[in-house]
Design a protein around this ligand. Sequence first.
Ligand code: HEC
Length: 163
Amino acid sequence: MAGAVIQLNLYGQWQRAVLGACAAIFGPVLSAGAADPSLVAFRVEGGQIRAPLTSEAGDPARGKTAVLSRDGGNCFLCHSVPDAGETPLGNIGPPLAGVGKRLTAAQLRLRLVDSTRINRNSVMPAYYRTKGMRNVAPAYLGKPLLTAQQVEDVVAYLLTLRN
Ligand code: HEC
């Protein structure tokens, strides 16, 4: 009897180890969005998300508004942004000037969706993730910081920053 229980436990551990290994290997490849059915599913491959999150193309003008808005991206708190007018700009992250030349749309998309997939210790917020967050105010629980369309708008704007 005791033997059977121990065997079951061992099997359970083994099974968990295998599942854990699978998650570690395939987790980064298979869609992270699928973990949350309220989000558009996306697939992370090689540091990028190739497919746009929406069928409507991103709008650079709306993207710029989101980047410079307190309700939207708040990106300017950490990044300098070209043509920001009077907005005071932060320097925690690299300047966004020229980022459209340095990175592709697919790389920028992942950077916005979940920067921790690029740099595990990134302080940049994951703008399109709702799971695994800490200290989220109740009003924001389950809601990504940007909508899928805003992510596409911001990608479109960043691609215009080529100098
Ligand atoms: C709390 C600070 C913070 C905020 C807010 C923030 N970022 Fe970042 N961002 C960073 C840091 C720091 C890095 C450097 C890489 C890292 O640590 O992950 C970075 C890296 C980047 C990069 C890569 C730049 C490069 O040259 O490789 C892009 C693009 C970017 N951020 C865009 C944005 C946009 C767009 C927003 C708003 C939607 C935003 N960031 C909001 C801190 C921030």
